[in-house]
Design a protein around this ligand. Sequence first.
Ligand SMILES: NC(=O)c1ccc[n+]([C@@H]2O[C@H](COP(=O)([O-])OP(=O)(O)OC[C@H]3O[C@@H](n4cnc5c(N)ncnc54)[C@H](O)[C@@H]3O)[C@@H](O)[C@H]2O)c1
Length: 414
Amino acid sequence: MKVYVLVGAGSRALYMFAKPMSAEWQEHVAFKGVYDINPVRAALLSQECGNVPVYDDFHKMLADVRPDVVVVASTDYTHHTYIIDSLRAGCDVITEKPMTIDEEKCRQILQAEKETGKKVTVTFNLRFAPYFAKVKELLLEGAIGDLYHVHLEWYLDRRHGADYFRRWHSELAKSGGLLVHKSTHHFDIINWWMASRPAEVHAFGARRVYGDNRAEKGERCLTCAYKSSCEYYMDIEQNPFMETYYHQAEQEDGYIRDRCLFDERIDIYDTMSVNVRYENEALLTYSLVAYSPVEGWRATLNGSGGRMELTNEYSNADMRQSDVSLIKITRPDGTVEQIEVVTSAAGHGGGDAKLRQALFAGNVEDPLGQQADSSIGADSLLIGATANRSIAEGRAVRFPDMTAASAASGQGSR
Ligand SMILES: NC(=O)c1ccc[n+]([C@@H]2O[C@H](COP(=O)([O-])OP(=O)(O)OC[C@H]3O[C@@H](n4cnc5c(N)ncnc54)[C@H](O)[C@@H]3O)[C@@H](O)[C@H]2O)c1
């Protein structure tokens, strides 16, 4: 049985990893330690997860436990240090997305992986959600021939979308903005469907709703003078998880979970448009907004042998949805086929549970190439990072070449 430790004790760490590792996966996983910069949050997680030992120093945890695998689920801008130090300590790494937030840190991770021969896996759970997986299966079967163009529109609602602007995600230096933090999921799915690599990126970004554009604002919702009139007011004390894990832990690190959406620190975009040209000349047109009245996505895929239309709207950020999703295929002769995909109400459309199976069970068959290695993690985060550069420089930017740093392990699939 492999020995695991965890870095990060926030909501993703708790629900995706710590709880399952200490319960239904405990016969496969020896979960031996947790480290978070906030000791209160780490202690709370430990209490809920079989009193796993809490460490106040990451390197001491590595030295004491000597884990086989380090799971990294801390804030995005800290991933690279934990990934690199873990690889250099002889561990494999399972990291949350995005693998990191910019080109330089990405290069350092790939270099460390190459030098150590250890392995980084990136947890792209959407690859495991049945709707996305069925599309990949159909594409592999040639359902619409060669794929020439994808149009993906993703819209976050005013609860889920706004939530990114309350926290560290709202600062470009901490998350890479939503084009890295959020869109890394979407770019990964497109890269996987395209079965090609990005070549050039041109993007635009704007901040229209959140950020320093309102006079009626405060430091945080809890103490705000405008709580009765602000449409985005969130009562942190009414949410037991946020109250205990964040509000009652904030004296340790100053992490304010209900920070004002109109804070002047906010420097990420809430309205984004990206075009990508792939090496095989296929094209992507992508957009993301973070203030839609409804949450979901629509995609259209056009190929040499037809058109595929997909759409999904969610009732919450965990992508809970109806039981069945539809794939509509129209062929050049006008015939239409509707394919029903049975989906799941579980986390991220059932993707989280299937991903854990692939991570922890070992030797799981992977005919669709759903497991993602560091080069796959790099390709998706670098579309976002390159889009950020394109916005800043006002021009199309060539996709960075990582081949010199990459170990090219060959796991997973584009
Ligand atoms: N795959 C998915 O669907 C999905 C969903 C949510 C979050 N995530 C990812 O999971 C990670 C955690 O997200 P979250 O929503 O739990 O955020 P969070 O803010 O709730 O938790 C982040 C944790 O990192 C800790 N932290 C901050 N700096 C640290 C440092 N230097 N060293 C160690 N710990 C540090 C914080 O104290 C906090 O406990 C992020 O990378 C995020 O992108 C993935």
